[in-house]
Design a protein around this ligand. Structure first.
Ligand SMILES: CC(C)(COP(=O)(O)OP(=O)(O)OC[C@H]1O[C@@H](n2cnc3c(N)ncnc32)[C@H](O)[C@@H]1OP(=O)(O)O)[C@@H](O)C(=O)NCCC(=O)NCCS
Length: 148
């Protein structure tokens, strides 16, 4: 099930996603930063949920003209391997198409095999490497592009 701020309370989305962020990333976004993005122009911000309505993960990005940057996709540890990221990615790509996006860009840590496998499964192409781009720990970023 996909939840957005159209069919789910905004503060519940922010609280739940902040918990996913804190559990998944060394540089988690604050509730304030998440709220700003949710309200920003061109924002694509959706959550996945289980049958009981518990938020399991989320994806967010921002459209500008005919391009979109996918900022984050994450699923809580206990819900991984159940297809939630696929549901989120399919919704995200479809939403980009509905908005006439032609290219979706993202960057990811080079060692992040689950995420890179997910992106490549959906046809994202590795187009560049940024050496030592990430900190904590230091690591290359791989840039991917999807032709929508
Ligand atoms: C990447 C992530 C979102 C995948 O979520 P998920 O709900 O477990 O993924 P799904 O069950 O929908 O699997 C979708 C596809 O992702 C890939 N995948 C997921 N987990 C994987 C793993 N451990 N190893 C390799 N590929 C994996 C596979 O291609 C899988 O498709 P398949 O099941 O048909 O083989 C999740 O591991 C996560 O939240 N990681 C931490 C946050 C993160 O690093 N996000 C990316 C950077 S923003």
């Amino acid at each position: 099930m996909i939840l957005t701020d159209k069919n789910c309370d905004r503060s519940l989305i922010i609280q739940s996603v902040a918990k996913v962020e804190a559990a998944c990333f060394s540089d988690p976004w604050t509730p304030r930063a998440l709220d700003d993005l949710l309200c920003a122009s061109g924002s694509v911000f959706v959550c996945s949920a289980d049958n009981d309505g518990n938020i399991t993960g989320y994806v967010c990005g921002q459209i500008a003209a005919d391009e979109c940057e996918l900022y984050r996709i994450a699923v809580s540890d206990k819900y991984r391997g159940k297809g939630y990221a696929k549901e989120l990615m399919e919704y995200f790509i479809e939403e980009c198409r509905r908005n006439n996006v032609r290219g979706i860009f993202l960057e990811v840590r080079s060692s992040n095999v689950p995420a890179r496998t997910l992106y490549e499964k959906y046809g994202f192409q590795n187009i560049a490497t940024r050496k030592n781009y990430y900190r904590n720990p230091t690591e290359d970023a791989i840039i991917y592009k999807y032709e929508a």
